[in-house]
Design a protein around this ligand. Structure first.
Ligand SMILES: Cc1cc2nc3c(=O)[nH]c(=O)nc-3n(C[C@H](O)[C@H](O)[C@H](O)COP(=O)(O)O)c2cc1C
Length: 399
């Protein structure tokens, strides 16, 4: 290193340490939560241990795929749950292996709401939601036999039933902690159950959970409060996507919807005297991940304005996700637009993504056709690591 200025030796902020509450992270590259359909009867299999271990780094932060909080939460084939003893036991193996590599791992708690089908529901019942309006035919549901179907008409939850769903989140959070997870992420994004309450393009309720922004935020905030009371704010992250229309999740005023959520999370942090682990927001530029490469793209300026407004308003760690390249991630962190950046598709095809980004090494291309297939190896754990030949350039901390 003779002749190198100390400035040149300093890692770029994307690869520099960050303290996320009680967690000391060694870099800012996060594994985004991604459904991969490799569980069996709701139970994580050895392939999941391998997959998450491959993507773990010392001091790196991983978020699991969406994980069912109850039997009615399912809307994809072969997704894992966290509501039964057997599921908790199986997750322990994943968590232990990730911890063995020094990683920090949160479990994403998921209920798909109306984004389901009778075939996934106990007793062949209709999926539950904030509404009885189905998702439009523009969207197709992946069926257990790998064909695509139409989303059926959901059953709107009665007001008195909502507390029970909140309880499922609370219990699942406790289960996640029992499994050894460092925390949980509440999936409030992408058109699933919580988003079905948040957005006025879906929520047509006339009770205290519908109508005004305050009412539409109520379900999410009750879930956050219940989970925070159970496991502590510093183990809870929240994901939202106010500006994303995935599964018809449109809102007439995404900016203010996002701000309303942020304000309530800030207040909750103040009330409990502790920060949440983070707020995770999906960029509008990334939509329709399951369906096509190009979703509805807004203008870059408008998008940056939305993200920056929420980022500035939120009192805590802010994670951005959606369409990040190495360069965009570096800019986002360097400019203070994000504390951490979560990577999805590139992390599917590059188990050693952190190293590759750090070295500016070429990336493997992801294969969309195997995103949601069930083979425990193909398209899952068989993406190659950088070859040994590149090893000499690896920084010691990652070897
Ligand atoms: C195959 C696949 C599955 C996904 N599953 C989830 C999920 O379970 N929960 C979630 O919050 N986001 C999910 N996402 C969205 C990702 O977390 C991420 O926000 C998205 O892929 C955008 O990041 P990228 O452009 O880096 O891929 C999924 C994305 C992909 C590609």
């Amino acid at each position: 290193m003779a002749g190198t200025s100390s400035d040149q030796r300093k890692p770029h902020p994307l690869f520099s340490p960050y303290k996320m509450g009680k967690f000391n992270l060694s870099h800012r590259v996060v594994l985004a939560p991604m459904t991969r359909c490799r569980a069996l009867n709701g139970i994580p299999q050895p392939a999941l241990v391998e997959y998450y271990t491959q993507r773990a780094t010392d001091g790196g932060f991983l978020i699991t795929e969406g994980t069912m909080i109850s039997p009615t939460a399912a809307g994809f084939p072969h997704v894992p749950g966290i509501y039964s003893k057997e599921q908790v036991e199986a997750w322990k193996k994943v968590v232990d292996a990730v911890h063995g590599k020094g990683g920090v791992i949160f479990c994403q708690l998921w209920h798909v709401g109306r984004a389901s089908h009778q075939v996934y529901q106990p007793g062949g019942a209709a999926p539950i939601s904030s509404t009885s309006k189905p998702i439009s035919k523009r969207w197709r549901i992946l069926m257990p036999d790998a064909t695509h179907g139409t989303y059926p008409e959901p059953r709107a939850l009665a007001t008195y039933e909502i507390a029970e769903v909140v309880e499922h989140y609370r219990q699942s959070a406790l289960n996640a902690i029992e499994a050894g997870f460092d925390g949980i992420e509440i999936h409030g994004a992408h058109g699933y159950l919580i988003d079905q309450f948040l957005k006025d393009g879906i929520n047509d309720r006339t009770d205290e959970y519908g109508g005004s922004i305050a009412n539409r935020c109520k379900f999410l905030i009750q879930v956050v409060q219940a989970v925070v009371a159970a496991i502590g704010a510093d183990r809870v992250g929240v994901r939202m996507s106010p500006a994303i229309d995935h599964l018809d999740a449109m809102d007439s005023d995404p900016l203010n919807l996002g701000l309303a959520v942020v304000e309530r999370l800030n207040k909750l942090q103040q009330d409990v005297g502790s920060k949440l682990a983070y707020l995770h927001v999906t960029q509008p530029r990334y939509t329709a991940y399951g369906q096509t490469e190009a979703g509805r793209h807004g203008s870059e300026d408008e998008e940056a304005r939305l993200m920056r407004t929420w980022r500035r308003a939120y009192w805590g760690t802010f994670i951005c996700s959606g369409g990040f390249t190495r360069e965009l991630g570096m800019v986002a962190v360097a400019q203070g637009d994000a504390d951490l950046v979560s990577y999805g598709r590139h992390f599917i095809s590059n188990p050693d993504l952190v190293t590759r980004l750090e070295l500016d090494a070429p990336l493997n291309r992801y294969v969309r056709a195997t995103f949601y297939t069930q083979d425990p190896v193909v398209g899952y754990t068989d993406y190659p690591f950088l070859s040994k030949g590149n090893g000499s350039k690896l920084p010691l901390s990652r070897l």
